[in-house]
Write a protein that binds this ligand. Structure first.
Ligand code: SF4
Ligand code: SF4
Length: 374
């Protein structure tokens, strides 16, 4: 009898990512000497062994059809032995070992409509959420706004003309499946009215204790109406998060008139120079105006232009605001300061620890060194 039981294959959890790394990354794992940007959208990583890994970064539309994924895989098969990766901001990175294939790959991507860029002092691909295409609690659309915005800002993706990195994110409600809390510019869908209780349907399709427990601010109370169990909402305590709607379809809070978009600035994940920081409110509300969202596009473009004109080299949006101060930020961007900008909920802001120093265990601290640009 063997001493060790045979390895059992299960469907619990993903397979270890190491088995999918390109051979050159496996051979040089943790032993990269440096990387540099060869041109907009093209990186080279150089290993201690002298191996060179080239990365061509392209924008993706984020919501991908099977046909588009197959097309991307075909491109990777043709130029990169099938190796590619998606970054956390949905850039597609084609990983090559033959520098002679870089130009043909870029030309092929251009024909197919995938722009190359997003590395260094440029806008990276915009990370966004599901929007009206998929999610029930969306206060705004996601891919529609991002498409309209990037049509205007594509030159900031394909060229490295900005003072520093610029990360833009969009989440279509405050549940925030996108990285809006930690991006230089964040577009956040907001509801402005509490959920409406459909009294006729709620007792039939929802469990009252579950609905009450779903509310993070205890704004939902059980009530009995005409002998039937139901709930009521304390509107003053509601923060329009939509959690209750997730567990109970009889509490919709979508509102065509009052839903819209807010804009936040100054967040980042990076530990470079200053510790990671949360985004702060810049514009409290802009209306939903599909299909091209001109108010949102103008506002974000104005923020990008103001930062590009006044920031120092390498300075992120939040660092620029720290240096010039918020009064100067509002003056330079032309954004009106209102009472809604005054932050009256400060507890988490002052107690969350955000610096890298909390990672004391050493576990998982060593990445592959590839694609750390996000
Ligand atoms: Fe749904 Fe909100 Fe996530 Fe958008 S951010 S996908 S609305 S939960
Ligand atoms: Fe509570 Fe959020 Fe529902 Fe408001 S929207 S009642 S805060 S769960």
């Amino acid at each position: 009898m063997p001493d060790v039981a045979p390895t059992r294959r299960t469907d619990i959890g993903p397979p270890h990512y190491g088995q999918f790394l390109p051979p050159i990354v496996q051979a040089n794992y943790g032993k990269w000497r440096y990387h540099e940007i060869l041109r907009p959208g093209v990186l080279v990583h150089v290993g201690e062994s002298g191996d060179r890994l080239y990365t061509v970064r392209a924008g993706s539309p984020r919501l991908l059809s099977v046909q588009t994924i197959r097309e991307i895989c075909d491109v990777a098969d043709r130029y990169c032995d099938g190796y590619l990766r998606f970054t956390s901001r949905h850039n597609i990175e084609f990983l090559l070992t033959d520098p002679g294939k870089i130009e043909p790959l870029i030309a092929d991507l251009a024909v197919r409509g995938f722009p190359v860029g997003g590395i260094g002092h440029a806008i990276s691909n915009i990370v966004h959420t599901q929007g009206w295409i998929h999610c029930h609690s969306a206060a705004t659309d996601a891919s529609g706004i991002v498409k309209a915005l990037m049509d205007e800002l594509i030159g900031r993706f394909t060229e490295t003309t900005l003072p520093g990195k610029l990360r833009i994110a969009l989440a279509c409600c405050v549940n925030m499946c996108g990285a809006v809390h930690c991006s230089d510019i964040a577009i956040l869908g907001i509801h402005r009215r509490p959920p409406k209780v459909a009294q006729d349907r709620l007792p039939k399709i929802c469990e009252v204790p579950t609905v009450v427990a779903s509310c993070p601010t205890a704004a939902i109370r059980p009530v009995r109406r005409a002998g039937v169990e139901s709930v009521e909402v304390n509107e003053d305590a509601c923060m329009f998060c939509g959690n209750c709607y997730t567990v109970c379809p009889a509490m919709p809070l979508n509102d065509a008139l009052n839903d819209g978009v807010s804009i936040w600035v100054g967040g980042k994940v990076s530990n470079a120079r200053t510790e990671p920081r949360f985004s702060k409110l810049a514009i409290p509300f802009l209306p939903n105006n599909p299909p091209r969202w001109p108010e949102v596009v103008d506002a974000v473009k104005g923020l990008v232009d103001a930062w590009a004109a006044h920031a120092r080299k390498h300075e992120r949006m939040g660092e620029w605001i720290d240096r010039i101060g918020w009064p100067a930020f509002f003056r330079l961007t032309g954004i009106e300061f209102t009472k809604l900008h005054i932050d009256d909920f400060r507890h988490a802001e002052t107690t969350f620890k955000r610096s890298v120093h909390i990672k004391g265990s050493g576990i998982g601290d060593q990445g592959s060194g590839i694609g750390d640009q996000g």
